[in-house]
Design a protein around this ligand. Structure first.
Ligand code: PRP
Length: 211
């Protein structure tokens, strides 16, 4: 029997949308229903194995070849850009990176700014491109409170509906880029197992059919 294609999914909101997308592409993912707290699933026909992991760990599993394929947000890929091929924009989990702060923030103030973010690479690349030297403060979550408590002048963070910013009295000053979920693949698995490319092509075809 051939080895199953192992796919690392980002646990949570994205996982559900990804499975819906795979189902639309013609793959039977019914075995993923009623999953309780399980984290590894194998399809009854033995063709697929799904791993449910945290977003940042998707790239790790794919890079190490434990997973052949991964589905993860572009936000994570921008922070961890090495060791895989990015194959498809799945058009789900769409949001954006933005610079946000309290209304009195002045983006044109030349004083060296402190920028809090869960995404230090994205934040520093954005300000570097503007030739602005800033201090980046790495935060693990609830970044929105950093400007309220004067830990930082502004934040670089994900904006989806804008609700979190609004409820904390922050506004967007600059848009950085669009984010969406991407399908990534392990480099050597892509070369050695033709079934992986067939799977990716079938997902891509289904995305194109819906345009
Ligand atoms: C992200 C982001 C914002 C929020 C934006 O956090 O860091 O806090 O979503 O969404 P909104 O514009 O729809 O309000 P997430 O929910 O991923 O949680 P995390 O802080 O644990 O990463």
């Amino acid at each position: 029997m051939t080895k199953p294609i192992t796919i690392a999914l980002t646990k949570g909101r994205l996982e559900k949308q990804t499975l819906e997308l795979f189902a639309k592409a013609g793959f039977d993912v019914a075995f993923m229903q009623d999953k309780k707290r399980k984290l590894i699933f194998e399809s009854p026909d033995g063709k697929f194995r799904f791993l449910l992991v945290k977003a940042v760990d998707v790239t790790t599993y794919v890079r190490h070849g434990v997973a052949d394929i991964g589905v993860v947000g572009k936000d994570i890929l921008l922070e961890h850009p090495e060791g895989y091929y990015e194959m498809l924009d799945l058009g789900i989990g769409v949001c954006r990176f933005a610079v946000a702060s309290t209304p009195n923030y002045d983006p044109n103030n030349h004083r060296r700014k402190r920028i809090a973010s869960k995404y230090p690479t994205v934040a520093s690349q954005f300000f570097q491109a503007k030739k602005e030297d800033v201090e980046i403060i790495k935060i693990e979550g609830s970044v929105e409170i950093a400007p309220l408590l004067s830990l930082a002048d502004a934040i670089v963070d994900i904006v989806e509906t804008g609700t979190t910013l609004k409820e904390n009295g922050l506004i967007v000053f600059e848009d950085i880029c669009r984010i969406s979920a991407r399908l990534i693949v392990n480099k050597s698995a892509l070369k050695s197992n033709p079934a992986i490319l067939t799977f990716i092509n079938q997902v891509e075809q289904s995305l194109e059919d819906r345009l």
